[in-house]
Design a binder for this molecule. Structure first.
Ligand SMILES: [Zn+2]
Length: 189
């Protein structure tokens, strides 16, 4: 860290404190004695996504963007909203400060936002991401969305701890739960 006044390469830290998502340090130049402040953001050098099969892949914003864009294709959405959504999610991921994030957690973040933005985009994304086993499950999801209509709340404050439980809740809606009656899923894909 070079002094912004005299460019000397050494300084001492006279105070440091944690702020929202980083550390602010008050520094003093060892040559000219000037004081200055630096701000370090806590952010992993790189963020890895844990795929379903446990493989790790470096987080790729473009990939995220492509997925959201596809779901939002030809929907009457404001320009730039897709990029903003991807930005939001990326920022939140880095804010969490983890080195690895399960792909399911990212998918949930997208779904959560799309659900309050556009139902069709949400269903499109969900159908790819959740791999709805059959048309019945998909229909239930649509029915729930239509039925819930205005009740769908804007972004809830926190991420679900158990994403699949949350979806089960969405699909079930007000209906009685049928835990035993799970749809058949194809295995080994
Ligand atoms: Zn200096």
């Amino acid at each position: 860290m070079n002094c912004p006044y005299c460019d000397y390469s050494d300084c001492k830290v006279i105070d440091s404190r944690e702020v929202n998502d980083g550390i602010r340090r008050r520094r003093q130049c060892l040559s000219c004695g000037s004081r200055f402040t630096t701000y370090e953001r806590l952010q992993p050098a790189s963020l890895f996504v844990i795929k379903k099969d446990e493989r790790r892949e470096e987080f790729n914003r473009n990939k995220l963007l492509t997925g959201i864009r596809k779901a939002c294709e030809k929907r009457p959405l404001p320009t730039g909203i897709v990029d903003k959504l991807a930005d939001d999610i990326e920022a939140e991921l880095y804010r969490q400060g983890k080195a690895e994030v399960p792909s399911a957690a990212i998918g949930d973040m997208v779904m959560e936002r799309l659900r309050s933005l556009d139902h069709i985009a949400y269903i499109r994304f969900a159908s790819v991401y959740r791999e709805f086993a059959d048309i019945t499950t998909l229909k239930q999801e649509v029915d729930t969305l239509l039925g819930a209509g205005a009740e769908i709340s804007p972004l809830p404050g926190q991420l679900p701890l158990l994403p699949t439980e949350e979806l089960a809740g969405v699909i079930k809606g007000g209906r009685a739960s049928r835990r035993g009656g799970r749809a058949k899923t194809r295995s080994g894909t």
